[in-house]
Design a protein around this ligand. Sequence first.
Ligand code: GAP
Length: 447
Amino acid sequence: MSDERAAPRRLERMEDLVSLCARRGFIFQSSEIYGGINGFWDYGPLGTELKNNLKALWWQRVVRERPDVEGIDSAIIAHPRTWEASGHVEHFSDPMVDCRACKKRFRADQLADAGKCSAREGSSEHDLTEPRSFNLMLRTWIGASEDAAAVAFLRAETCQPIFNDFKRVREAARQKIPFGIAQIGKAFRNEINPRNFTFRSREFEQAELEFFCHPSERERWFEHWLEQRLRFHREIGFDDEHLRTRPHEANELAHYARAAVDVEFLFPFGWQEIEGIHDRGDWDLSRHAEYSGKDLGVTDPETKEHYVPMVIETSVGIDRTCLALLVNAWAEEALEDGESRIVMRFHPALAPVKAAVLPLSKKLAEPAHALEAELRRYMNVFYDDAGNIGRRYRRQDEAGTPFCVTIDFESADDGKATVRDRDSMSQQRVPLEGIAAFLRERVGLAS
Ligand code: GAP
């Protein structure tokens, strides 16, 4: 076999990932039995574990390890004035056009993806209206009446409740500037064209940190958080060929931002943003102070200077990062017997299942179940006694399980089991009583 054939092939076609995700229960269309609902996705058993592991690692790095960051979990629906103050009611819109013939709706700035018109004979061009502004916030009604007074919005970003809660959290946690408030949660945007699998969805999760600092320190903290966040993305396995930063041009900046850098990942559909690091200045706190009538400034205990803190934000899409993790993990490898395998090379700390216990025969159920029960105390484990061992290994490779533990008929005699490594496929005999420690050492959080 030539070296070229032996090199693993990265994901090229999103369809290959989408079908694996549905088949193996990572992610699939929401309400599938009714034909799906555009822009909404469900995570199955493997996807949920992957996502939870990613969120736990983010929480560990951004909140738990930092004495200067506090975590919160706010309501999804905030007072409607929140979204007036934040500028979302006025500014949070995309330009939209409709095709008069096929009735499809497109983002005016993404017409290259519009495809051909299905309803115009003699011309494949769409018959487009003038662009109109389309507000992306999803609305709902609170209470029994559907009148205007009861209209509310599902949050379009998780950070606005952080600004609402700034004063309360600072006082309760007895934090001084500089410090941050973080949360992970759902956000909703009525995207005109959800696309690229989960990349642009209408319901998604964000993990956001708002870090409050003195105006004289904003550049320093911007650099600090950019560096921290890049370190995180490298830690979860993104290499320099697939990760880059892109500073925003002045004309791209969101209405609140003074400076912004996108962290981008190279997907099969091109370089795309997975995280934004933003210098939001004092926009949010000043606006919420104005709209609520509350003083959201702070007084420096030493100089007695009263000022509104500046905000440095890190905002990562959990679903987009999960998608990048799936793309990054996917590899097709040629095997020596002429076969090939699909293997999801997740970082072990993020892998949905850490170890599979595979008795070679159903007669070995007793010691295998005993080992499974012991391992379940520490990690997510899968038990599989069906089919030939090669096929069972392949199934675990597709799930991204870093280790398979095979109990065989020798195990009773030598007190050992075979541990197979997902990536190298190498196998070693490990004493049964040492397997939990062996695996825990290898599947913990990256240091
Ligand atoms: N608070 C700032 C903010 O929300 P953003 O750039 O609009 O900034 C931050 O969003 C992150 O949220 C993006 O980098 C992306 O990962 C994720 N995100 C935004 N819109 C999304 C969508 N429609 N579907 C999935 N993820 C989305």
